[in-house]
Design a protein around this ligand. Structure first.
Ligand code: HEC
Ligand code: HEC
Length: 331
């Protein structure tokens, strides 16, 4: 097979870019940004046992078992950077290699980039730290520390061979058709009982591997409560969590063959975001230009006159139309 031959010729550390004119040609020219339809990541275990190989493998371990290295229960209190016992891979499925499962392939070549949430250009380290302070409900990792270096080394390997700003198949989340009514937490509670509670627990508390304090994390992560992501996390936005759940849950589901009807995914997502979780301070400062605020951001202030409830549960089309009108007016 052609792919096998090309693979054989590439060094172990390279991502294979096919589906373009050919891997070599895509890398030789200063590349026009074309959709990268197929990618493949190197086998991290086969990287040499040198400083870089060890750093990349430590990064992968940090993604897979964050709680065991920098979680709130590790023995050395100075290394407790994450505020909850989640792992990056609970959301970035398959350690960041699952299409439409918050893929990390291609992320490295997207940075530095402008962040509407911050209103300035951010680095890959800044982006990792937004997941640290929101999804992981913790504090930022120092940029020069071994943990950040390892996470970035791992994320970099996942983008090896990709051109700057490459559009990678499976990156981001899909966009299901939206409901023309608010998503319904009460109906979602029924969907939750039938499809999620078995794994995530009737109270969304997840299932620990061992006992509280052992830094062993969860077999199934919590979806709300004190050990979950905080209210400033991307997963706390309806469009994000609904599309993630539709394409990935129950765990093991693929976007190719989703198990939940879109309506059920919207409503169960509404149920999850209606539940209590840790609060992040100073959320009002997010998105300095309020017209850039995603329509499903569940906290104000907003540029438009819609209620916090409509921002949380939709419908979003009227909000988008109003934001477009305000934007046109402000020009
Ligand atoms: C609770 C779920 C969750 C957890 C846990 C989580 N993330 Fe994220 N992460 C997200 C979401 C949602 C996004 C935004 C995806 C998007 O914008 O398409 C994101 C985005 C990112 C991005 C930017 C990707 C890109 O293509 O721009 C990076 C890098 C990242 N996360 C790294 C991490 C790391 C490292 C950890 C662990 C320390 C982590 N995340 C933990 C949910 C999570
Ligand atoms: C078969 C067990 C199982 C079922 C059923 C299931 N999940 Fe999950 N879910 C998991 C596991 C395991 C993970 C973490 C995946 C990993 O680490 O590889 C996860 C991760 C998640 C995450 C991201 C991590 C977090 O803590 O927020 C969300 C959100 C989620 N599930 C929502 C749901 C919803 C909603 C349903 C019902 C529609 C559901 N899940 C059904 C096992 C399950």
């Amino acid at each position: 097979m052609v792919v096998d031959k090309v693979l054989g010729r590439l060094a172990a550390g390279l991502v294979l870019v096919v589906g373009l004119a050919g891997a070599e040609r895509a890398q030789a020219q200063s590349p026009p940004v074309a959709p990268v339809t197929v990618w493949s990541v190197p086998d991290i275990d086969h990287l040499p046992d040198d400083e870089n190989g060890r750093l990349v493998r430590y990064g992968r371990s940090l993604v897979a078992a964050t709680y065991a290295h920098i979680g709130p229960e590790v023995a050395d209190a100075s290394r407790r950077y994450a505020g909850n016992n989640l792992a990056c891979r609970n959301c970035h499925l398959d350690e960041g290699r699952k299409k439409f499962g918050l893929l990390l392939v291609g992320a490295f070549v997207d940075y530095p980039r402008y962040s509407t949430r911050r209103g300035e250009e951010v680095s890959i380290e800044d982006r990792v730290n937004s997941c640290m302070t929101r999804s992981m409900n913790g504090r930022p990792l120092p940029a020069e520390g071994r943990e950040m270096q390892a996470l970035v080394a791992y994320i970099r390997v996942l983008s090896n061979g990709l051109p700057k700003d490459a559009a990678v198949a499976g990156q981001g989340l899909q966009a299901m058709a939206e409901l023309d009514r608010p998503a319904d937490p009460a109906r979602g509670a029924e969907v939750y009982r039938a499809n999620c509670a078995l794994c995530h627990g009737p109270g969304g508390e997840g299932v620990r591997r061992g006992v509280r304090g052992d830094a062993l994390g969860y077999a199934t992560p919590p979806l709300w409560g004190e050990d979950s992501f905080n209210d400033g996390a991307g997963m706390n936005r309806l469009v994000t969590i609904a599309n993630f759940v539709h394409d990935n849950m129950p765990n093991g589901t693929s976007w190719v063959m989703p198990r939940l009807a879109p309506e059920d995914a919207w409503d169960v997502a509404a149920f999850v975001v209606s539940q209590p979780r840790p609060r992040k301070a100073d959320l009002a400062a997010d998105f300095p230009d309020k017209l850039d605020k995603p329509v499903d951001t569940p906290y104000g202030p907003y540029a438009d006159g819609f209620s916090e409830s409509q921002h949380r549960y939709g419908p979003f089309a009227p909000i988008r139309a109003e934001v477009a009108r305000l934007r046109a007016q402000s020009r």
